[in-house]
Design a protein around this ligand. Structure first.
Ligand code: DQA
Length: 160
């Protein structure tokens, strides 16, 4: 549904509402609200609508992707997803399937470098289908994902 104003869904998984307080040596000192506000502003500067959603519940994330994804008339309501699935990265076939059903480009973001931590964090249910993965660059990773979408939408709109 790109039309003139592309729409991105920014999704954050469990415990990311605690950013700023949660293991700041790993996840940094920014709160999720700080990050969401910055991204919204940046998106709006580029004419992009950004919807933010955080949940600790797998089913709620699946529902959100479905709600903003396929409508009854099968019109897609968003054009891309930036997702930090947090712990669900390593466990959730359900969120992976919801994203694949939506069939829109998504970028996987992690604040920490999941490959330099416990071995169970190295496996992701998302990476093989993501447009790209940004990890280990802290909250800047979200901006980098948005930058990619800005370019992608500019290219798409110039082709319309
Ligand atoms: C995380 C990495 C995950 O392994 C972890 O469970 C998180 C956050 C990150 O942003 O670095 O909750 O996705």
């Amino acid at each position: 549904m790109i039309k003139n104003r592309p729409h991105i869904l920014l999704l954050n998984g469990p415990n990311l509402h605690l950013l700023g307080k949660r293991e700041p040596h790993i996840y940094g000192s920014m709160t999720l609200t700080d990050i969401e506000c910055r991204l919204k502003q940046k998106a709006s500067n580029h004419g992009i609508q950004l919807t933010v959603f955080q949940s600790n519940h797998e089913g709620k994330i699946v529902d959100k992707i479905g709600e903003l994804g396929l409508l009854a008339d099968e019109t897609l309501q968003f054009d891309g997803v930036i997702i930090n699935p947090a712990a669900f990265t390593h466990t959730s076939v359900a969120i992976r399937d919801a994203l694949l059903a939506a069939n829109k480009p998504f970028i996987e973001v992690h604040l920490s470098n999941i490959h330099a931590r416990e071995p169970f964090r190295t496996h992701s249910y998302f990476s093989d289908r993501a447009v790209g993965v940004v990890c280990g660059l802290g909250d800047l990773g979200y901006d980098m994902a948005l930058d990619w979408f800005v370019q992608y939408f500019n290219q798409k709109l110039s082709l319309v």
